[in-house]
Design a protein around this ligand. Structure first.
Ligand code: G3P
Ligand code: CA
Length: 264
Protein backbone atom coordinates (compact mmCIF):
# COMPACT_ATOMS: atom_id res chain seq x y z
CA UNK A 1 0.00 0.00 0.00
CA UNK A 2 1.19 3.46 -0.76
CA UNK A 3 2.50 5.36 2.22
CA UNK A 4 0.75 8.62 2.93
CA UNK A 5 2.82 11.23 4.62
CA UNK A 6 1.40 14.18 6.50
CA UNK A 7 3.24 17.50 6.17
CA UNK A 8 5.58 17.86 9.16
CA UNK A 9 4.56 20.36 11.83
CA UNK A 10 6.19 23.65 10.94
CA UNK A 11 6.28 23.03 7.20
CA UNK A 12 5.81 26.38 5.53
CA UNK A 13 6.00 28.49 8.69
CA UNK A 14 7.38 31.90 7.77
CA UNK A 15 10.47 32.96 9.75
CA UNK A 16 10.18 36.70 10.41
CA UNK A 17 13.06 38.68 11.96
CA UNK A 18 11.62 41.18 14.45
CA UNK A 19 13.03 44.71 13.92
CA UNK A 20 15.68 42.86 11.92
CA UNK A 21 17.68 40.24 13.81
CA UNK A 22 17.31 42.38 16.90
CA UNK A 23 18.73 39.71 19.21
CA UNK A 24 22.04 39.90 17.35
CA UNK A 25 22.29 43.54 16.25
CA UNK A 26 20.68 46.91 17.08
CA UNK A 27 17.01 46.87 16.05
CA UNK A 28 15.86 48.62 12.88
CA UNK A 29 19.37 49.13 11.50
CA UNK A 30 20.92 47.90 8.27
CA UNK A 31 23.20 45.71 10.44
CA UNK A 32 20.12 44.01 11.92
CA UNK A 33 18.66 43.50 8.45
CA UNK A 34 21.93 42.04 7.19
CA UNK A 35 22.05 39.62 10.13
CA UNK A 36 18.50 38.52 9.33
CA UNK A 37 19.45 37.88 5.71
CA UNK A 38 22.55 35.92 6.82
CA UNK A 39 20.47 33.91 9.30
CA UNK A 40 18.12 33.06 6.43
CA UNK A 41 15.00 34.71 7.76
CA UNK A 42 12.20 34.64 5.18
CA UNK A 43 11.02 38.13 6.13
CA UNK A 44 12.37 41.12 8.00
CA UNK A 45 9.94 43.14 10.10
CA UNK A 46 10.87 46.82 10.57
CA UNK A 47 9.04 49.94 11.78
CA UNK A 48 8.67 53.02 9.58
CA UNK A 49 8.16 56.63 10.72
CA UNK A 50 8.71 60.10 9.16
CA UNK A 51 11.35 62.77 9.77
CA UNK A 52 10.58 66.49 10.12
CA UNK A 53 11.51 67.00 6.45
CA UNK A 54 9.31 64.17 5.21
CA UNK A 55 11.84 61.35 4.86
CA UNK A 56 10.79 57.81 5.77
CA UNK A 57 13.07 56.23 8.38
CA UNK A 58 13.25 52.94 10.26
CA UNK A 59 12.92 53.19 14.03
CA UNK A 60 10.62 51.63 16.60
CA UNK A 61 10.04 54.17 19.38
CA UNK A 62 8.43 57.50 18.58
CA UNK A 63 11.28 59.17 20.47
CA UNK A 64 14.99 58.77 19.79
CA UNK A 65 16.17 58.46 23.40
CA UNK A 66 16.29 54.69 23.91
CA UNK A 67 18.06 53.58 20.73
CA UNK A 68 20.31 56.53 19.84
CA UNK A 69 22.72 58.97 21.49
CA UNK A 70 20.38 61.90 20.77
CA UNK A 71 20.57 63.22 24.35
CA UNK A 72 24.31 63.80 23.91
CA UNK A 73 24.14 65.19 20.39
CA UNK A 74 21.03 67.38 20.82
CA UNK A 75 20.70 67.94 24.61
CA UNK A 76 18.22 70.81 24.20
CA UNK A 77 15.72 69.01 21.98
CA UNK A 78 13.73 66.99 24.57
CA UNK A 79 11.52 64.98 24.28
CA UNK A 80 13.44 63.97 21.15
CA UNK A 81 10.48 63.00 18.99
CA UNK A 82 11.49 61.29 15.75
CA UNK A 83 9.23 63.59 13.77
CA UNK A 84 10.96 66.74 15.08
CA UNK A 85 14.33 65.89 13.50
CA UNK A 86 15.38 66.27 9.89
CA UNK A 87 17.01 63.37 8.10
CA UNK A 88 20.35 65.23 8.21
CA UNK A 89 20.02 65.47 11.99
CA UNK A 90 18.97 61.83 12.34
CA UNK A 91 22.02 60.84 10.31
CA UNK A 92 24.28 62.46 12.95
CA UNK A 93 23.06 59.94 15.53
CA UNK A 94 24.59 56.65 16.61
CA UNK A 95 21.87 53.98 16.69
CA UNK A 96 24.27 51.13 17.47
CA UNK A 97 26.29 51.79 20.63
CA UNK A 98 23.30 51.43 22.99
CA UNK A 99 23.17 47.79 21.87
CA UNK A 100 26.91 47.05 21.76
CA UNK A 101 30.20 48.87 21.09
CA UNK A 102 30.58 46.47 18.16
CA UNK A 103 27.92 48.50 16.35
CA UNK A 104 29.22 51.98 17.20
CA UNK A 105 28.23 54.51 14.54
CA UNK A 106 25.46 52.39 13.00
CA UNK A 107 23.05 54.98 11.59
CA UNK A 108 19.27 55.32 11.59
CA UNK A 109 18.42 53.98 8.11
CA UNK A 110 15.92 55.30 5.63
CA UNK A 111 13.21 52.93 4.40
CA UNK A 112 14.98 52.88 1.05
CA UNK A 113 18.30 51.87 2.63
CA UNK A 114 16.51 49.13 4.54
CA UNK A 115 14.89 47.75 1.40
CA UNK A 116 18.22 47.87 -0.45
CA UNK A 117 19.77 45.68 2.27
CA UNK A 118 17.06 43.00 1.95
CA UNK A 119 18.10 41.37 -1.29
CA UNK A 120 15.41 38.78 -1.95
CA UNK A 121 14.30 38.56 1.71
CA UNK A 122 10.71 39.60 2.34
CA UNK A 123 9.60 42.82 4.04
CA UNK A 124 6.93 43.02 6.72
CA UNK A 125 6.69 46.77 7.05
CA UNK A 126 5.02 48.08 10.20
CA UNK A 127 3.54 51.57 9.97
CA UNK A 128 4.50 52.70 13.48
CA UNK A 129 2.18 55.26 15.10
CA UNK A 130 0.93 56.51 11.71
CA UNK A 131 -1.54 58.78 13.51
CA UNK A 132 1.49 61.02 14.19
CA UNK A 133 2.26 61.29 10.49
CA UNK A 134 -0.85 62.25 8.49
CA UNK A 135 -0.57 61.13 4.87
CA UNK A 136 2.27 58.67 5.52
CA UNK A 137 0.38 55.84 3.78
CA UNK A 138 0.54 57.54 0.37
CA UNK A 139 4.16 58.53 0.97
CA UNK A 140 5.15 54.97 1.77
CA UNK A 141 3.43 53.75 -1.37
CA UNK A 142 5.19 56.40 -3.44
CA UNK A 143 8.57 55.52 -1.94
CA UNK A 144 8.35 51.73 -2.37
CA UNK A 145 6.99 52.25 -5.89
CA UNK A 146 9.95 54.48 -6.78
CA UNK A 147 12.63 51.89 -5.96
CA UNK A 148 13.57 50.48 -9.36
CA UNK A 149 12.35 46.92 -9.84
CA UNK A 150 11.26 46.50 -6.22
CA UNK A 151 7.51 46.53 -5.71
CA UNK A 152 6.25 44.53 -8.69
CA UNK A 153 8.75 41.77 -8.06
CA UNK A 154 8.16 41.75 -4.30
CA UNK A 155 4.41 41.47 -4.78
CA UNK A 156 4.73 38.81 -7.46
CA UNK A 157 6.81 36.67 -5.12
CA UNK A 158 4.77 37.44 -1.99
CA UNK A 159 7.61 39.34 -0.35
CA UNK A 160 6.02 42.63 0.67
CA UNK A 161 3.36 42.97 3.37
CA UNK A 162 2.25 46.02 5.39
CA UNK A 163 1.04 45.85 8.97
CA UNK A 164 -0.01 48.16 11.80
CA UNK A 165 -1.75 48.37 15.14
CA UNK A 166 -3.58 51.32 13.57
CA UNK A 167 -6.42 49.66 11.69
CA UNK A 168 -7.60 52.88 10.02
CA UNK A 169 -4.11 53.41 8.60
CA UNK A 170 -4.18 49.92 7.10
CA UNK A 171 -7.59 50.62 5.61
CA UNK A 172 -6.23 53.80 4.05
CA UNK A 173 -3.21 51.96 2.67
CA UNK A 174 -5.44 49.20 1.34
CA UNK A 175 -7.47 51.79 -0.55
CA UNK A 176 -4.31 53.39 -1.98
CA UNK A 177 -2.57 50.11 -2.82
CA UNK A 178 -5.13 47.27 -2.86
CA UNK A 179 -2.54 44.93 -4.40
CA UNK A 180 -0.46 44.95 -1.18
CA UNK A 181 -1.38 42.36 1.46
CA UNK A 182 -2.06 43.94 4.85
CA UNK A 183 -1.79 42.58 8.38
CA UNK A 184 -3.54 43.84 11.49
CA UNK A 185 -1.59 43.79 14.76
CA UNK A 186 -3.36 43.10 18.04
CA UNK A 187 -1.95 43.36 21.54
CA UNK A 188 -5.26 42.24 23.01
CA UNK A 189 -7.58 39.59 21.68
CA UNK A 190 -9.72 40.76 18.74
CA UNK A 191 -13.43 39.98 19.05
CA UNK A 192 -15.10 37.69 16.53
CA UNK A 193 -16.93 40.69 15.09
CA UNK A 194 -13.61 42.44 14.51
CA UNK A 195 -12.16 39.34 12.84
CA UNK A 196 -15.13 38.90 10.52
CA UNK A 197 -15.00 42.55 9.49
CA UNK A 198 -11.22 42.37 8.97
CA UNK A 199 -11.56 39.31 6.76
CA UNK A 200 -13.41 41.42 4.20
CA UNK A 201 -10.24 43.32 3.32
CA UNK A 202 -7.21 42.28 5.39
CA UNK A 203 -4.95 39.29 4.74
CA UNK A 204 -3.24 38.69 8.06
CA UNK A 205 -4.05 38.85 11.76
CA UNK A 206 -0.79 39.25 13.67
CA UNK A 207 -1.40 39.08 17.41
CA UNK A 208 0.75 38.98 20.49
CA UNK A 209 1.57 35.45 21.61
CA UNK A 210 -0.08 36.36 24.93
CA UNK A 211 -3.55 36.44 23.30
CA UNK A 212 -3.07 33.61 20.80
CA UNK A 213 -4.56 30.16 21.35
CA UNK A 214 -5.85 27.31 19.21
CA UNK A 215 -9.32 28.85 18.89
CA UNK A 216 -7.92 32.11 17.53
CA UNK A 217 -5.61 30.35 15.06
CA UNK A 218 -8.47 28.19 13.80
CA UNK A 219 -10.91 31.10 13.50
CA UNK A 220 -8.45 33.25 11.55
CA UNK A 221 -7.91 30.34 9.17
CA UNK A 222 -11.65 29.70 8.82
CA UNK A 223 -12.03 33.32 7.78
CA UNK A 224 -9.40 32.87 5.06
CA UNK A 225 -6.60 34.89 6.65
CA UNK A 226 -3.16 33.94 7.92
CA UNK A 227 -1.81 34.46 11.43
CA UNK A 228 1.74 35.41 12.41
CA UNK A 229 2.44 35.74 16.10
CA UNK A 230 4.89 38.03 17.94
CA UNK A 231 7.42 37.89 19.62
CA UNK A 232 8.70 34.33 20.21
CA UNK A 233 12.29 34.17 21.39
CA UNK A 234 12.82 30.64 22.71
CA UNK A 235 12.78 27.33 20.90
CA UNK A 236 10.18 26.05 23.36
CA UNK A 237 7.74 28.86 22.54
CA UNK A 238 8.39 28.54 18.81
CA UNK A 239 7.56 24.82 18.93
CA UNK A 240 4.40 25.45 20.92
CA UNK A 241 3.05 27.90 18.35
CA UNK A 242 4.17 25.78 15.39
CA UNK A 243 2.00 23.03 16.90
CA UNK A 244 -0.96 25.43 17.07
CA UNK A 245 -0.61 25.87 13.31
CA UNK A 246 0.44 29.52 13.03
CA UNK A 247 1.60 30.65 9.58
CA UNK A 248 4.44 32.88 10.71
CA UNK A 249 6.59 33.54 13.77
CA UNK A 250 8.05 36.97 14.50
CA UNK A 251 11.27 36.56 16.48
CA UNK A 252 14.41 38.41 17.54
CA UNK A 253 16.29 35.16 16.77
CA UNK A 254 15.39 34.01 13.24
CA UNK A 255 18.43 31.71 13.20
CA UNK A 256 17.00 29.69 16.09
CA UNK A 257 13.69 29.34 14.27
CA UNK A 258 15.43 28.48 11.01
CA UNK A 259 17.16 25.52 12.69
CA UNK A 260 13.90 24.32 14.25
CA UNK A 261 12.06 24.51 10.93
CA UNK A 262 14.87 22.77 9.05
CA UNK A 263 14.89 19.89 11.53
CA UNK A 264 11.13 19.50 11.91
O1 G3P B 1 5.61 42.54 14.28
C1 G3P B 1 5.05 42.61 15.53
C2 G3P B 1 5.72 43.56 16.44
O2 G3P B 1 6.74 44.26 15.79
C3 G3P B 1 4.78 44.50 17.07
O3 G3P B 1 5.30 45.10 18.18
O4 G3P B 1 6.29 46.91 19.48
O5 G3P B 1 7.78 45.30 18.33
O6 G3P B 1 6.53 46.97 17.01
P1 G3P B 1 6.52 46.10 18.23
CA1 CA C 1 7.23 46.34 14.88
Amino acid sequence: AALTQAAPAGAGVVDIAHRGSSGSAPENTVAAIEYAVDQRASFVEVDVQRSADGELVLIHDTTLARTTNVEEVFPDRAPWNVGDFTLAELKQLDAGTWFSEDFAGEPVPTLREGIEALGSTGLLLEFKAPELYPGIEAEIHEEVSSIPGYLDRALRTGRYVAQSFNIESMRTYHEIAPEVPVGLLYGSRPSDEVLVEASEWADQINPSQTVTDQALVDRVHELGMTISVYTLNTGQLMRRFIDLGVDGIITDYPGVLHDILRNS
